[in-house]
Design a protein around this ligand. Structure first.
Ligand code: GRF
Length: 207
């Protein structure tokens, strides 16, 4: 261990949690500057919660249906994250939209990953829509979250070629290979304080 305190993050999930796994695997290394202090799921019984348990990280369900509206749901999610000491929120396949109050609780400290090259194909069906549109390149976008869906300042993008015979599943699988490599890199840079936001631009500082 380096002995330096690690930046505490909450990872928000809804399903498989393969991106969560990539972050947990990286965080198991001695030099990773972030620690996953809690995994929050809006659904019970998902594989992501099993992954958290296997890594010894607390998993908490904040069920969407238990809140009467988006504001109450957001408050509950932020309260759980804050109670566990998280200073940043990492969205990894989290299929709910947080209310703007989350931005006040975690200003410039919420990050999302999206399986397309934003601003193309935002929303929940980015992979299928890229194929339907006939684009030759899609890819991965990691961005800070702002008040609009899949819109905030872009931290990193990497392209993935679309093959003529791609299905949503085959393209998404290749996109996820990239996601699993780049998301821990972004989380590390964020946790180390190396990402500086200037308007819509994000600058990576240091090496
Ligand atoms: C990822 O492809 C991510 O880009 C999108 O949802 C998917 C989540 O996959 N937001 P997983 O739960 O991390 O396996």
């Amino acid at each position: 261990m380096t002995g330096r305190p690690r930046y505490p993050i909450a990872v928000l999930v809804s399903g498989s949690g393969s991106n969560l796994q990539s972050i947990l695997d990286a965080a198991a290394g001695t030099d990773f500057p972030a620690e996953v202090v809690v995994v929050i799921s809006d659904r019970p019984g998902v594989r992501a919660l099993q992954r958290a348990a296997a890594a010894g990280v607390p998993g908490v369900v904040v069920a969407w249906g238990d809140s009467h509206d988006r504001d109450a749901f957001t408050l509950a999610v932020c309260d759980v994250a804050a109670a566990r000491g998280a200073e940043g929120l990492i969205l990894a396949g989290f299929m709910r939209i947080l209310a703007p109050s989350a931005l006040g609780r975690f200003p410039n400290r919420i990050i999302n990953i999206h399986p397309a090259l934003l601003p193309s194909f935002p929303g929940a069906h980015g992979v299928a829509e890229a194929i339907a549109h006939g684009v030759k390149l899609s890819g991965v976008t990691v961005h800070f979250v702002d008040a609009e869906v899949d819109h905030g300042p872009i931290i990193l993008q990497e392209s993935v070629p679309v093959r003529p015979d791609d299905s949503e599943q085959t393209l998404h699988a290749r996109i996820q290979q990239v996601e699993h490599r780049v998301y821990p890199e972004v989380v590390a840079a964020f946790a180390a304080g190396r990402l500086r936001i200037a308007g819509r631009h994000v600058h990576w500082e240091g090496t």
